[in-house]
Design a protein around this ligand. Structure first.
Ligand code: ATP
Ligand code: MG
Length: 394
């Protein structure tokens, strides 16, 4: 069911539902509850971060028909928090209840080939690439795409499902290693830095955006986000924002979406990929802006007004991975990081996701650090990183 005029006023009897129980769902639930809505999560995991805090948790698989039927009956509107939610589940729910984003939009973001075709349709440049979905397509690959990165078209995240290849032989071996599933080969580009934009589009077509974020990845996982982005000029930020607006408008998207970009060493901006939901690089908005990415997701799905967000504090976000729970020795005993020492630093905002066991690489939480000036924010962030044993270079 799609409705351009749907409007749900916050009320304790009005339930907003989210498919997926991870940390993004948890922060969505927090935002929805803060506005006064009732919340429901559908996720198979008994201890899912979002399920633990929602008013109601349906423990069912994402394609479980009984679970989806119960969800549709209980909710006034439904959204998703992870991008590999089967688009069929969203389509099924949409037969009886408003769903945002639509299954068709999520489906585009789930497939790198479809996603790149959508970027082209929106007039936004991405890395030169080829789709590899057959022996013939492999043989026809232009050698100018090498060295490149072979990425599975579907289900990749945090750098998983990617192989860097320098030669045609390595490409063929890499495709074998990825079990010959449909892939894209992207030319390896000389990056100056990475940035992203969080954009929200309402049912009435209103588009609002947060300022661009500068992101640093370590081992394929987001490690640090900085806003204002120190390496991004106003003209470049404007270019990224305009591209983001075209991408969501062209899709008729409703909800919050993140678009990742590369700034190349020659100054060109190219789009990397998008995620049809709030994003790790937008977590800073909770403490640094007058409205968070999660509140905008609530407002967009409920048909409530979208106001342009205002950044009120410079901020650094540090991702907190499970490695921090095993200082010095990944096979050692798990112990809590020194939160008391972190929280002693002014302007630190700790967000832990309620995961009961840590694993190296697992996203356990994030730390937002704010201050009145960029310099002070950086000093505080350096101090917090040092306490946690994280690198202080970014
Ligand atoms: P996530 O979903 O966690 O953002 P992902 O697994 O979907 O990540 P990508 O964003 O495609 O993966 O790539 C991960 C990282 O690899 C990028 O952030 C960038 O650092 C690097 N990378 C990806 N594609 C290219 C490219 N064409 N040229 C240079 N570097 C690249
Ligand atoms: Mg990415």
């Amino acid at each position: 069911m799609t409705s351009q005029t749907l409007q749900l006023l916050p009320a304790a009897t009005t339930t907003l539902g989210v498919i997926g129980g991870g940390q993004l769902g948890r922060m969505f639930v927090h935002a929805a509850q803060s506005l006064g809505f009732r919340t429901l999560v559908l996720d198979p995991d008994e201890a899912s971060p979002a399920g633990l805090v929602a008013h109601e948790h349906i423990r069912a698989d994402y394609l479980d028909e009984a679970g989806l039927t119960r969800m549709a009956a209980a909710c006034a509107a439904i959204t998703t928090e992870f991008e590999n939610v089967p688009a069929q589940a969203l389509d099924m729910l949409a037969r009886s209840k408003p769903v945002a984003p639509a299954g068709s939009c999520v489906a585009i973001c789930q497939d790198r080939a479809d996603e790149k075709a959508h970027f082209a349709a929106s007039g936004v440049a991405c890395a030169p690439y080829a789709v590899i979905d057959s022996e013939a397509a492999l043989a026809a690959v232009d050698s100018a795409l090498l060295p490149g990165i072979l990425k599975t078209a579907r289900m990749g995240y945090d750098g998983k499902g990617q192989i860097r290849v320098k030669t045609r032989e390595a490409l063929a071996a890499g495709w074998d290693e990825l079990k010959r599933v449909p892939c894209v080969l992207e030319q390896m580009l000389p990056l100056a830095l990475e940035l992203s934009v969080i954009v929200a589009r309402g049912r009435d077509g209103t588009v609002v955006q947060f300022p661009v974020q500068q992101n640093l990845h370590r081992d394929g996982i987001l490690a640090v986000t900085q806003v204002p982005a120190p390496g991004v000029s106003p003209a470049l930020a404007e270019q990224a924002s305009a591209a983001a607006a075209r991408i969501v408008t062209e899709m008729g998207y409703v909800g919050v979406l993140c678009i990742e970009f590369f700034l190349l060493q020659d100054g060109r901006l190219v789009v990397n990929e998008m995620a049809p939901r709030p994003h790790n690089s937008g977590h800073y908005t909770i403490n640094a802006c007058d409205v968070s990415q999660f509140e905008l997701q609530v407002r967009a799905m409920a048909g409530l007004p979208l106001n342009a967000p205002r950044l009120h504090s410079p901020t650094v976000m540090l991702n907190l991975l499970g490695d921090l729970w095993f200082p010095g020795d990944p096979s050692g005993t798990e112990r809590e990081p020194a939160w008391d020492r972190v929280l002693a630093i002014p302007g630190t905002h700790l967000h832990l996701y309620g995961k009961t066991s840590a694993r190296p690489g697992r996203k356990m939480g994030h730390l937002n650090i704010t201050a009145a000036t960029v310099e002070e924010t950086q000093q505080r962030a350096q101090a917090a990183a040092a306490v946690l044993g994280l690198p202080t270079e970014w």
